[in-house]
Design a protein around this ligand. Structure first.
Ligand SMILES: NC(=O)C1=CN([C@@H]2O[C@H](COP(=O)(O)OP(=O)(O)OC[C@H]3O[C@@H](n4cnc5c(N)ncnc54)[C@H](OP(=O)(O)O)[C@@H]3O)[C@@H](O)[C@H]2O)C=CC1
Ligand SMILES: Nc1nc2c(c(=O)[nH]1)N=C([C@H](O)[C@@H](O)CO)CN2
Length: 235
């Protein structure tokens, strides 16, 4: 039995698609979910270990790390996918937005990587950490300022952890721009957003799954960012 891959925020969309992809390849998987949905039941029925986790507090992170360590003594990879695309709003306290964003996108990966390093080092078939960041780490975002800053911090963690953990653990990030729309996005928003990239599509979860699998398979990439963005920087 190969070592499990840990995916955070695997209850929907990209994390869920990657969890399903792993199960289809008989790759054991541990998934964190915050909201229990039928998709999580289905993952469990298909053999995934699904752990409830809310990373909004330090205690939530500590509890999750303890649960993972009870579950396994080795990990093949950690995919830091859990995320909240929280905008600044007039009615919201900016301090709360920044705290929440740093907690989920920076503190959580930072603490899990340090606490689970020994589990990754026990893997017989290589070991990886992948941070899901965002195209906006290059450009900033007027409507998601704290989100962009916290993803930029995560991008920087990629560099530090790649240095710290080489050569036994590769550490990379994937920086998507539009991969998939959210339910409720208007036609006008969809049209405007599609025009932001050269390729002009919303490729769907599969494009992210392929990028993740590429990083796991490749033996010579570490400390790098894959731009999954349809050439958005050239528009
Ligand atoms: N989709 C896209 O077009 C883009 C995606 N990305 C990045 O790719 C990754 C995956 O994207 P996508 O699938 O759209 O992400 P989603 O926002 O759809 O899902 C993220 C998951 O993270 C979980 N989560 C959020 N906050 C917390 C928390 N405090 N504790 C525990 N879990 C939490 C959510 O749980 P719950 O189910 O309870 O809400 C959700 O299941 C993310 O890191 C995202 O930032 C970057 C750019 C574009
Ligand atoms: N955690 C999330 N991060 C992001 C999302 C999302 O739905 N959840 N969506 C985006 C958008 O696709 C954006 O890139 C274009 O509309 C960005 N990050």
């Amino acid at each position: 039995m190969s070592a499990p891959i840990l995916v955070t925020g695997g209850g929907q969309r990209i994390g869920l698609a990657f969890a399903r992809h792993c199960l289809a390849r008989n790759q054991p998987i541990i998934v964190s979910y915050r909201t229990r949905r039928p998709a999580v039941d289905a993952l469990e029925n298909a053999g995934a270990c699904c752990l409830h986790a809310d990373f909004a507090t330090d205690t939530g992170i500590t509890t999750f790390i303890d649960q993972v360590r009870e579950e396994t003594d080795t990990l093949r990879a950690i995919i830091h996918n859990a995320s909240d695309w929280m905008p600044e709003r007039p009615e919201t306290d900016p301090a709360e937005v920044m705290t929440a964003m740093l907690q989920i996108h920076t503190m959580t990966p930072y603490r899990i990587n340090l606490a689970c390093r020994d589990l990754l080092e026990q893997s017989d078939h290589g070991a990886d950490i992948v941070h899901m960041t965002d195209y906006v780490v290059e450009k900033g975002s007027a409507k998601h300022i704290a989100y962009a800053a916290s993803k930029a911090a995560l991008e920087n963690l990629t560099l530090s952890f790649a240095r710290l953990l080489a050569p036994s653990i590769k550490v990379n990030s994937i920086a998507p721009s539009l991969v998939m729309f959210n339910d409720g996005d208007s036609e006008a928003y969809r049209e405007k957003t599609l025009k932001k990239s050269l390729l002009g599509i919303a490729p769907g979860e599969g494009a992210a799954v392929e990028a993740l699998q590429f990083l796991l398979d490749n033996p010579y990439v570490t400390g790098r960012r894959i731009g999954l963005d349809g050439g958005r920087h050239l528009v």
